[in-house]
Design a protein around this ligand. Sequence first.
Ligand code: FE2
Length: 245
Amino acid sequence: MEDLVAGINMLIAKDASPEVMVQYFQNYKNDDWKKYAMWDPYRYTRNLIEEVDGKYSLILLCWPESNASAIHDHPNSDCIMKCLSGTVKETRFAWPEKKKTKMTETGYTVGTEGDVIHINDDLGLHRVENPSSSEGAVTLHFYFPCIHECLVFDEETGKARRVKMTYTSIRGVKQTPQQKFLPSSYAHFFEELSNFVNLNNCLVSDIGKSGASGGLFAVLHRAENPLAEAVRRFVLSFENQLEVR
Ligand SMILES: [Fe+2]
């Protein structure tokens, strides 16, 4: 990975074009990314390998079976994504023009090990997913310049909202939930949650306590009723939106 990063630094110093970067990542054929791979059975993880603020970030994403990102943009940045393991499906969408209409899909690509794709805001929006129900997938993402927040879109209405990026691990060190989710994220979560469903007080306070101590899922996983399941799905979708690549 040191060699890959050294080459990136050299190309960035030369102001290399996205086309040159795509070629560079096509030539990366090592498995030294494996030490950065961290898995969560419920959602994809984002593992920062290297970041030079203002210049670029290199991130490893591990996708459990059938997991997908939200539809998102890449503000003022080029994103190069290489499939390292498994299969990924990238679905592209046009920027929404009319309010409250379903977003228009413009095409999709299914990539397997070694495939590289490039996207930026001129090329459209996209969703990335692992279409397999039996095998995980791993992708390497290179953003230049770095992105710290982006827009995520509701496919049915085209409605967008801005979210901040978080990392599951940074340079191989796992982040605690407190490091991952800023207080502002929690506040936003509860605001969204109260809009989502009219919960009974007991469940809300349980989630709050759990959230404050950093264990957002603990209570939800123990709870067994249809409402808890609906909330669990909501939490997963909310966190997916928080952690878009
Ligand atoms: Fe993306």
